[in-house]
Design a protein around this ligand. Structure first.
Ligand code: UTP
Length: 311
């Protein structure tokens, strides 16, 4: 079994020093069919969760885990994502003229969160294909992938835990969460061997298995850490489930000659591309807000009482 590490040439005599994880790739070029009609003209990654678009939570999570350079995979239909992270000098000037300094600072800060770059996926050919478009930008460094419509609550600490696991074991890492057996056919699924604590050794991967064929009920959940070795595997991956180039299939190829770890967690993930999970995200994030939580809790309590929920 070989594991190719991304290394710097600045060795100290004990071999080359592994490169730190500083880059993130955020695929956001999908069609968003589960969120039509909203997603016809507005990207689902721009859905508001309280007052921030979903993709801003994703970027803040990456920055919080130490990521400095972010590549967003976008498309011609998703220009508002680029605009959100760009300067808007007119608005800044107008806010400042009205004395709204905090608001001006807040919108200026969006362009300063990290070095944010964009590349277009010309056609939505699947998540694996989308990640493949990051090859030139990533170069020879390890990198994380965060799905642009997947919010992870900071409390879950998933990305930081995955980066720690990579720094310790120097292997690709994927986030895994148990789902009810009947739901596994909506996800990539991993066969695993326990390693201790939250880590497992991935021994097999299959995309969207029928429940009776699933090797486990551990589902892949929107966060990945790869070395650039994944790009050759993506380049050799044929379209799979749904006619799309699936990242799970590319990972299954990688697994035939490299080690891969799973980082397991049990809560704090919101797939906002799915309507019911989007609603849950809005409610949970609003309840936690200092400026809204108390009032919103009262409103929810009134609704619960009126609807007789839990009675
Ligand atoms: P999803 O499968 O949730 O996105 O991909 P989708 O295909 O847009 O969703 P539905 O099924 O049609 O509702 C997860 C992430 O990967 C991106 C999506 O934008 C989303 O953020 N993605 C998906 C791409 O960038 N390119 C693709 O070809 C597919």
């Amino acid at each position: 079994m070989s594991t190719t590490e991304s290394t710097t040439s600045a060795g100290t005599g004990n071999g080359p020093v592994p490169k730190p994880v500083r880059k993130a790739v955020i695929p956001a070029a999908g069609l968003g069919t589960r969120f039509l009609p909203f997603s016809k003209a507005v990207p689902k990654e721009m859905l508001a969760v309280v007052d921030r678009p979903v993709i801003q939570y994703v970027i803040e999570e990456a920055v919080d885990a130490g990521i400095e350079d972010i590549l967003i995979i976008t498309s011609r239909y998703k220009k508002s994502i680029e605009d959100h992270f760009d300067r808007l000098l007119d608005l800044e000037d107008q806010l400042e003229a009205k004395g709204k300094m905090a608001e001006a600072e807040q919108i200026r800060g969006l362009s300063e969160l990290a070095q944010i770059h964009f590349v277009r996926q010309g056609e939505a050919l699947g998540l694996g294909h989308a990640i493949g478009t990051a090859r030139n930008h990533v170069g020879d460094e390890p990198f994380v992938v965060l799905l642009g419509d997947d919010i992870m609550h900071p409390r879950a600490g998933v990305l930081k835990g995955m980066i720690d696991a990579y720094n310790h074991h120097r292997a690709a890492v994927v986030a895994l969460m148990e789902v009810p057996p009947e739901d596994i056919s909506a996800y990539g699924c991993a066969a695993v061997k326990p390693m201790g604590d939250r880590l497992v050794e991935v021994t097999g991967l299959v995309e969207k298995p029928a429940p009776e064929d699933a090797p486990s009920n551990l589902a892949i959940m929107g966060r990945y850490l790869f070395t650039p070795d994944i790009f050759d595997e993506i380049a050799h991956t044929e379209p799979g489930v749904g006619g799309e180039i699936q990242i799970t299939d590319a990972m299954a190829r990688l697994l035939t000659h490299q080690r891969m770890l799973g980082y397991t967690f049990s809560e704090g993930r919101f797939d906002t591309g799915k309507k019911i999970d989007y609603l849950r995200a809005v409610v949970e994030m609003a309840l936690e807000r200092d400026d809204l939580g108390v009032e919103f809790r009262e409103i929810l309590a009134d609704i619960v009482a009126r609807e007789g929920i839990g009675v």
